[in-house]
Design a protein around this ligand. Structure first.
Ligand SMILES: NC(=O)c1ccc[n+]([C@@H]2O[C@H](COP(=O)([O-])OP(=O)(O)OC[C@H]3O[C@@H](n4cnc5c(N)ncnc54)[C@H](O)[C@@H]3O)[C@@H](O)[C@H]2O)c1
Length: 249
C-alpha cells in the first residue's frame, strides 16, 4: 500500500488550496511526495498550511484575474498536476438570483477553470500533466435553490470532457463531483442562511446522502491523489461522483 498512488517529485498546484477540500488535498499530495503550490486568495492561510508540509509553498492567486494568475505562475518551471478547486456557493432559485451574483459565481467557479488551465497549459503539456477539476453533484442533478451553482458546476463538467477530447494523449483531465462535504463552505452556508436551525438543516444535509454522513475533505483528497497517480493512467474525461450514494438514487 505504501508504494501505491505515489507522486514523488511531481509538482502540483492547488487553487483554493488553503481551506477545506483544497487544504486536505494540499496535505494529501504532499504526503504522496509531491511539491505543492498552494494558490489561494488567502495568502496567510496558505502560508500557515505550507509551513506544516514538506516541499510546499503558498502563493496569492485570484482565480478570476488573469494578471494575478500570471503573477502566481511566474517562475514556476514545471507543473505535473493542476487541481482547479477554488469555488464559492450561492443559494437561490432563478427568481431570487441577482444578475451580479450570478456573474460573480460564474467568474469564480467557471472562468477560473478556463483562465488557470489556459495559463498553466504549456507547463502541463510539457509533462503530460493531470488536471482535476472540482465539480459537484450540482453539475449532475438539479439541487433545490442552487440555480447559479448548478449552472456553474455543469460547466465545470463540460469543460472537463471537452479538454479531454482536445488533448487525449497530451493531458489527463478529470472531474470530481462531491456531495456535501464538511468544510468551512458548508459551515458558512449554515451560518448565513440557517443560523437559528443549524442542526436541523445539517441533519437534512446528512439525510440526502444515503450513506448517512457528510463527506470529509480527506474523502475527496484521496480520490484526487488517486486520479493524479500512475494507477489512474487510463481514466480520462471522466466525471466521478463521490457523494455517499446521493446521485445513485
Ligand atoms: N463543501 C462541499 O460540500 C462541496 C461540495 C461539492 C463541491 N464543492 C466544491 O469544492 C471546492 C472547494 O470547496 P470547499 O468546501 O473546500 O470550500 P472552502 O470555502 O473551505 O475553501 C475554498 C477556498 O477557495 C479560496 N478562494 C475563493 N475564491 C477564490 C479566488 N477568487 N481565488 C483564489 N482562491 C479563492 C478560498 O480562499 C478558500 O481557501 C469548491 O469548488 C466547491 O464548489 C464543495
Amino acid at each position: 500500500m505504501s508504494d501505491a498512488f505515489h507522486l514523488e517529485n511531481k509538482v502540483a498546484l492547488i487553487t483554493g488550496g488553503a481551506s477545506g477540500i483544497g487544504a486536505a488535498t494540499s496535505r494529501e499530495l504532499a504526503r504522496a511526495g509531491a511539491h505543492v503550490i498552494i494558490a489561494d486568495l488567502n495568502l496567510v492561510a496558505g502560508e500557515t498550511l505550507a509551513a506544516e508540509l514538506p516541499h510546499a509553498r503558498a502563493v496569492r492567486m485570484d482565480v478570476t484575474d488573469s494578471a494575478s494568475i500570471a503573477l502566481a505562475l511566474d517562475g514556476v518551471q514545471r507543473l505535473d498536476i493542476l487541481v482547479n478547486n477554488a469555488g464559492i456557493g450561492l443559494v437561490g432559485d432563478i427568481a431570487h438570483t441577482a444578475e451580479e451574483d450570478f456573474e460573480r459565481l460564474m467568474r469564480v467557479n467557471v472562468n477560473s477553470v478556463f483562465l488557470v488551465t489556459k495559463a498553466a497549459l504549456p507547463l502541463l503539456l510539457a509533462t503530460r500533466g493531470s488536471i482535476v477539476n472540482i465539480g459537484s453533484v450540482a453539475g449532475s442533478v438539479g439541487v433545490k435553490q442552487r440555480f447559479a451553482y448548478c449552472a456553474s458546476k455543469g460547466a465545470v463538467q463540460a469543460m472537463t470532457r471537452q479538454l479531454a477530447v482536445d488533448y487525449p494523449k497530451e493531458l489527463r483531465v478529470n472531474c470530481i463531483a462531491p456531495g456535501t462535504v464538511q468544510t468551512p463552505f458548508v459551515e458558512g452556508y449554515l451560518e448565513k442562511y440557517h443560523a437559528h436551525e443549524k442542526e436541523k438543516i445539517r441533519a437534512e444535509l446528512v439525510a440526502r446522502q444515503p450513506i448517512g454522513r457528510l463527506g470529509t475533505p480527506e474523502d475527496i483528497a484521496s480520490l484526487i491523489r488517486f486520479l493524479c497517480s500512475q494507477e489512474a493512467e487510463f481514466i480520462n474525461g471522466a466525471v466521478l461522483p463521490i457523494d455517499g450514494g446521493w446521485t445513485a438514487a
